[in-house]
Design a protein around this ligand. Structure first.
Ligand SMILES: Cc1cc2nc3c(=O)[nH]c(=O)nc-3n(C[C@H](O)[C@H](O)[C@H](O)COP(=O)(O)O)c2cc1C
Length: 284
């Protein structure tokens, strides 16, 4: 793999694709990636499952019509993610699926996280789910159309996709009263910038990080968007997993060694919607 940091900077949601099918070489690489057990395990040990579905005119090989409510155009297939629907299951799913998204981005395959605007029932029929299986998200796959459709541009505008929050809104030193300044973070400037650039449901960017003064501990919080949890699962937990993925991969690339642990430091929350999720602790 090349520089993950560069891939994270490059990735953006693709909603309009070329009509060209994926090359057999790319399909092979995707299938091989998804066969490697290590690629399907989250940082806390849970396992996700993926299915690759190829489509023609929105209809799968099995003849099932798989809709994405017109948001996505000319995609050549889907990757469907399957995971248990539990709190930390969803967090780990975010981590595992985003790692795949970055892999696809590196190959030049366009993707778009889809958690809301697809027909969960028709996908469930396509892949035979067990009692505990749940489809948190899917992504269309294909090659990005160079010229963005007007609709894409409008959607990017409406969801403020190019509008990422500033550092001081997301990152804090020692407690939530103390917004970060760039000088405070030292070597961790790149890992937290990679968190900031991540995709999130409706681009809400609900991740908040407090780091300890010595920068040995980073506490990840979820700033829940009130009334967002309308689909029967908390999609924003996935966003935290995405943040973990970007943070960890950027740390690895910049030779910062650490591990994940759940141990609430007990800081005063930012408000009643902020929830502690997990910490990254430097290995010394
Ligand atoms: C968990 C999750 C669910 C998402 N669900 C949808 C969706 O249902 N439909 C859609 O068009 N985009 C969806 N997105 C894409 C976001 O709108 C997009 O990531 C965000 O606007 C930022 O833009 P970017 O990915 O280009 O950086 C989702 C993203 C995430 C992380």
């Amino acid at each position: 793999m090349g520089s993950t940091i560069e891939i994270i900077k490059k990735r953006k949601s693709v909603r309009t694709f070329e009509t060209t099918p994926l090359t057999s070489e790319h399909l092979k690489q995707v299938n091989e990636y998804l066969k490697v057990a290590e690629n399907l395990v989250g940082p806390l040990g849970r396992k996700a499952r993926f299915e690759v579905i190829q489509i023609q005119n929105n209809v799968s090989d099995k003849g099932i019509k798989l809709g994405t409510y017109g948001f996505i155009k000319n995609h050549q297939g889907y990757i469907v993610g399957i995971m248990e629907n539990t709190k930390m299951g969803l967090v780990e799913f975010g981590y595992i699926f985003e790692k795949f998204i970055l892999f696809a981005t590196e190959l030049g395959i366009g993707t778009c996280w889809i958690g809301g605007t697809f027909n969960r029932n028709s996908f469930a029929k396509e892949i035979n789910l067990s009692e505990t299986d749940f489809i948190p998200c899917i992504t269309p796959i294909g090659y990005a159309k160079e010229k963005q459709r007007l609709f894409d541009k409008t959607l990017r505008y409406v969801t403020k996709a190019d509008n990422k929050k500033a550092w001081h809104e997301l990152f804090f030193k020692s407690n939530f009263e103390n917004p970060v300044s760039k000088e405070d973070v030292g070597d961790f400037a790149v890992p937290i910038e990679m968190v900031r650039l991540g995709p999130s449901a409706s681009n809400k960017q609900p991740w908040r990080i407090i780091f300890s003064e010595d920068k040995n501990e980073f506490y990840f919080y979820l700033a829940h968007t009130p009334n967002y949890n309308k689909l029967g699962f908390d999609m924003q937990l996935i966003d935290i997993g995405i943040a973990m993925c970007h943070f960890e991969l950027a740390c690895k690339e910049t030779k910062l060694d650490g591990r994940w642990t759940i141990s609430d430091p007990g800081h005063k929350p930012q408000n009643e919607h902020t929830e502690y999720i997990i910490s990254w602790v430097a290995n010394k």
